[in-house]
Design a protein around this ligand. Structure first.
Ligand code: NAD
Ligand code: UDP
Length: 342
């Protein structure tokens, strides 16, 4: 297949590009590197099956030649990233998704949307299966991400039902692993970096809120299964083993042998209290189940970060200065060309 991967320079996208190349597909990666890292895809640049298009997909998505499938992953994903870029996040979830859908429709290609467990908001139903409609604050700070993804799902569904497009939606639960940016502000990267540096682990709230963490290799297998299928979804992809944030902090301390303390900080507004996917649909329809346990996955992640002491030192300097890494392009205070683009 020749697969266009929007957001292919990011954490999940670069692993997806790598897995597609490994099985013999051709890949066109579209990314503006607003939250991605060019180093993620540098190793693929010499591969004739890999092509990089630097572009803001909210403006246009242009790919020359044949396209058999489109995986639409472009979007900030870490809360500090999307809170810093509210308008860009809404733009890529709406116009970016439509541009990616149009590309797929033009080529009669399979389209897969990377949606999120955030569409369930702060869920009143636990655990969450795909029939749950969610509990989202439409004007809270997280709404720029949650509602953009909900709109993206609606648009994807409309392209399927009204335009006959071959679309699929995956709802991704917290995923972690190598190539997370060390100061992207997400919980796994933050705790691992802090533990390795002997700095206090920053637990928000009382740490009793839960998440279910999926290792990146498992998640990428799920996205590929969806690309290869005609399944419309939505399909939850995540590891249903649920941990409190405090338990995660203790586990990271244990695995790193770190003696760092745990510090409590205020809980962010609208931070969901619990999250656990029901994955029966993924298992029945795609034959997908996660295989990497949390301890094994965290060990692999810790090893990867431990091999990058300079990145950790730079990350800690930024965290101490209150500057979580928002990638290369922060949003202007006043709406500029991003809003004006058609
Ligand atoms: P990431 O920030 O590492 O990757 C996103 C990529 O998209 C980056 O390379 C960024 O530069 C690119 N991008 C953003 N806006 C763009 C635009 N307008 N044009 C072109 N490129 C753009 O995040 P990630 O964790 O790899 O997430 C990838 C996708 O998966 C996102 O859509 C996210 O919503 C979804 N997701 C991720 C998780 C997770 O736990 N990692 C959970 C749920 C959903
Ligand atoms: N969190 C935390 N300390 C951190 C970063 C995050 O306690 O340094 C918490 C956060 O408040 C949330 C959970 O960890 O309850 C997961 O946060 P993350 O940003 O990874 O993803 P989310 O699921 O909220 O999108």
């Amino acid at each position: 297949m020749r697969v266009a991967v929007t957001g292919g320079g990011g954490f999940l996208g670069s692993h997806l590009c790598e897995a597609l190349l490994r099985r013999g597909d051709e890949v066109v990666c579209l990314d503006d590197f607003s939250t991605g890292n060019p180093a993620n895809i540098t190793p693929f640049l010499g591969n004739p099956a890999f092509e990089l298009v630097r572009a803001d997909v909210s403006r246009s998505v242009d790919v020359g030649g044949r396209v058999d499938a489109v995986a639409h992953l472009a979007s900030p994903a870490s809360p500090p990233d999307y809170l810093r870029r509210p308008l860009q996040t809404l733009a890529v979830g709406s116009r970016g998704t439509e541009n990616a859908l149009r590309l797929a429709a033009r080529h009669e290609a399979r389209f897969v949307l990377a949606s999120t467990s955030e569409v369930y908001g702060d869920p009143e139903v636990h655990p969450q299966d795909e029939t749950y409609w969610g509990h989202v604050n439409p004007v809270g700070p997280r709404s720029v991400y949650d509602e953009a993804k909900r709109f993206a799902e609606a648009l994807t569904q409309a392209y399927r039902s009204h335009c006959g497009a071959n679309t699929g939606i995956v709802r991704i639960f917290n995923t972690y692993g190598p190539r997370m940016r060390p100061h992207d502000g997400r919980v796994v990267s933050s705790f691992v970096v802090q533990a390795l540096a002997g700095e206090p682990l920053t637990v928000y709230g009382d740490g009793k809120q839960t998440r279910s963490f999926c290792y990146v290799d498992d998640l990428v297998r799920g996205i590929m299964a969806m690309l290869d299928d005609d399944e419309p979804g939505p399909v939850n992809l995540g590891n249903p083993v649920e941990l409190t944030v405090f338990e995660l902090a203790e586990l990271v301390l244990d695995l790193t042998g770190s003696r760092a303390e745990i510090q409590f900080h205020p809980l962010p507004v609208d931070d969901p209290t619990r999250r656990r996917p029901v994955i029966a649909r993924a298992s029945e329809r795609l034959g997908w189940v996660p295989e990497v346990g949390i301890e094994d996955g965290l060990r692999r992640t810790v090893r990867w970060f431990a091999d990058r002491p300079a990145d950790i030192a730079a990350a800690l300097t930024a965290i101490r200065g209150g500057q979580l890494d928002g990638g290369s392009a922060a949003e202007p205070r006043l709406p500029g060309p991003t809003l004006a683009a058609s």
